[in-house]
Design a protein around this ligand. Structure first.
Ligand code: SF4
Length: 332
């Protein structure tokens, strides 16, 4: 079993320092994420080496639309999560407990070899919340960089500055969920807090990780025009107009089975607000799209990357500059 990296002793317990919950965990008990346990006065990372999902995905599925578009990435996830979203769309692994994990140990070297021998871009930590298996992420990401592979986090951004400082120097790109722009929403529906996520976004940006954002639009909960305007204003001011934002459609799931699914019109409204507030690249996900899945030049309007689902239909952009001279925020 792997001893955790981010923790300290406190009185009769240990305190985990991996995410802002900073759980104080008594002997033999687990942290809120259910995959970190105090055993005999030490904290252990139970999900280390135990992926429950390993797949090769298009990078567009993360979603990352501006980072090596059209490439494939080895995607791994374990169990556990440090937020408790009532609308969770991966709750079967997010809410599983360590007793459910009976699979064999997969060493970081095995993951690297699998990605390298298949000629993939790199490794994505995804499906459940990768922060809760931060030690595994760190060991794999270090080796990945030595092997010339890229690394991607798909995360809720609920992570302490200490852990960001250790992990993100080895992370090339991330898609972070910004679930809403209200503290009440984060408290009530996710058992987290908005400010910690905003602080993490600033810190991750400071480390130079390429960033995209995702917001799941849930009708009646976080689709208020004023809230979306505030969110976009914060993004523009703090992360810049070039950051790609994905508005994704909710479908009834987990504890929100009675709420109606998000319509294309709902996403169009959010997208319009974001465009009017100055963001350059706004996409729609989980609905049938027309041009809302494509990348256009913000200056001349030319179509640069055309997508159908997760597939690239055509890519006219060979460098990071449009033929009109505008610089396009795409890494390839
Ligand atoms: S990672 Fe898990 S154990 Fe650690 S503070 Fe967060 S919820 Fe608690």
């Amino acid at each position: 079993m792997k001893e955790a990296r981010w923790w300290k002793k406190v009185e009769d317990a240990v305190q985990c320092e991996l995410c802002p919950h900073r759980c104080k965990i008594a002997h033999n008990r687990f942290g809120l994420c259910s995959v970190r346990q105090n055993i005999d006065g030490k904290l252990y990372a139970l999900a280390y080496g135990h992926p429950v999902a390993i797949h090769v995905d298009p990078i567009e599925k993360k979603p990352l639309y501006h980072y090596f578009p059209g490439s494939k990435i080895l995607s791994i996830g374990t169990i556990g999560c440090n937020l408790f979203c009532e609308f969770c769309q991966n709750w079967d692994i997010a809410r599983a407990t360590a007793d459910n994990v009976k699979n064999r140990l997969v060493e970081p070297e095995d993951i690297i070899e699998s990605a390298r021998s298949s000629g993939l871009l790199g490794i994505a930590f995804t499906y459940n919340e990768p922060t809760v298996f931060g030690e595994y992420v760190l060991d794999i990401a270090r080796l990945a960089h030595n092997a010339g592979l890229k690394t991607v986090m798909v995360s809720n951004g609920y992570i302490t500055p200490e852990a960001i400082g250790d992990i993100y120097p080895f992370i090339d790109a991330a898609n972070i969920d910004l679930k809403a722009f209200s503290q009440e929403f984060y408290r009530r529906y996710c058992k987290g807090d908005l400010q910690s996520v905003l602080d993490a976004l600033l810190e991750i940006k400071r480390h130079g990780t390429f960033l995209e954002l995702t917001t799941l639009i849930i009708p009646g909960l976080n689709d208020n025009a004023t809230e979306i305007e505030k969110m976009i204003d914060w993004i523009v001011k703090n992360l810049g107009v070039d950051i790609p934002l994905h508005f994704s459609a909710f479908h009834p799931s987990f504890k929100m089975m009675q709420r109606k699914r998000t319509s294309k019109t709902d996403l169009d409204c959010a997208r319009k607000i974001a465009i009017n507030s100055g963001l350059r690249y706004i996409y729609e996900g989980n609905v049938a799209t027309f041009e809302e899945n494509n990348t256009f030049c913000y200056s001349c309007g030319q179509l640069l990357i055309e997508r159908r689902g997760y597939t690239i239909v055509q890519k006219k952009l060979q460098s990071s500059v449009c033929s009109c001279g505008a610089k396009i925020a795409v890494v390839q």
